[in-house]
Ligand binder design. Structure first.
Ligand code: ATP
Length: 223
């Protein structure tokens, strides 16, 4: 069996920026993915709720993906106001794409090192592969794993795949680490720049830059 996997990138995308887009592009190329689905999260009613309303985050993500046919906007989480767990989102993707289709959950090293705190995290491996994107200059994941949770380390050691081919040969269950050049961009730093009246140009696509300007997003200094 060899089926091109579908990549999945969840995030608050508050706002989406070039770091997210490069991460997706690197995974697409290095792993031979057929597409990357961007899944902006909903707005749970707690203090870490996103800063921009769901409708704005959705519109910005849509603008950012324009012009790349391999990048797909997936709206399954954005309109939800209850907490949305990755395990449920992956189960719904699995139901939609069938049992054979390889699915790859994409995430940075920082997110992977906290995976053991996610709701029903061990079930994730039954639903998807995990592709960890390691940024140049950061602490290599292999080293960081030495200080990580023992359960997570055991899963990592048992599931680590030597090459992207493993992602095409099974629908779920492997962990692959891929490298990307570092782009020191975060949504937090973009929001801070906006609030401080500093330019955010060239940190995200022009279309998203224009959208933020016209809708006067992130102008309040509450970050
Ligand atoms: P915030 O600053 O609000 O926490 P963020 O910029 O980290 O936001 P998220 O929406 O939380 O964006 O991130 C979604 C995913 O994108 C995460 O897996 C995160 O590791 C990854 N990511 C974010 N910024 C970058 C970047 N500059 N390069 C590579 N990956 C990134």
């Amino acid at each position: 069996m060899s089926i091109a996997p579908i990549g999945i990138l969840g995030g608050t995308f508050d706002p989406i920026h070039n770091g997210h887009l490069r991460l997706a592009q690197e995974a697409l190329e290095q792993c031979g993915l057929s597409a990357v689905r961007f899944i902006p999260g909903g707005t749970p009613p707690h203090r870490d709720a996103p800063h921009a309303a769901a409708q704005h985050r959705l519109a910005m993500t849509e603008l950012a993906l324009q012009g790349n046919p391999a990048f797909v906007l997936d709206e399954r989480e954005i309109h939800r106001t209850d907490p949305c767990y990755s395990v449920d989102t992956l189960a719904s993707l699995r139901a939609e794409f069938g049992v054979q289709q390889p699915l790859c959950l994409l995430m940075g090293c920082d997110a992977f090192l906290h995976l053991h705190t996610w709701h029903e995290w061990k079930k994730l491996f039954g639903l998807a592969h995990i592709v960890v994107i390691q940024r140049a200059g950061g602490r290599p994941l292999g080293n960081a794993m030495n200080d990580s949770d023992a359960d997570l380390r055991a899963e990592y050691q048992a599931r680590l795949a030597p090459a992207p081919r493993a992602l095409h040969e099974a629908p779920a269950g492997a962990i692959l680490v891929v490298d990307m050049p570092a782009l020191e961009i975060s949504a937090t730093s973009i929001r801070r720049r906006c609030a401080g009246n500093r330019s955010i140009r060239y940190l995200l696509p022009d279309s998203v830059f224009n959208y933020i300007q016209s809708n006067q997003l992130y102008t309040h200094a509450d970050y």
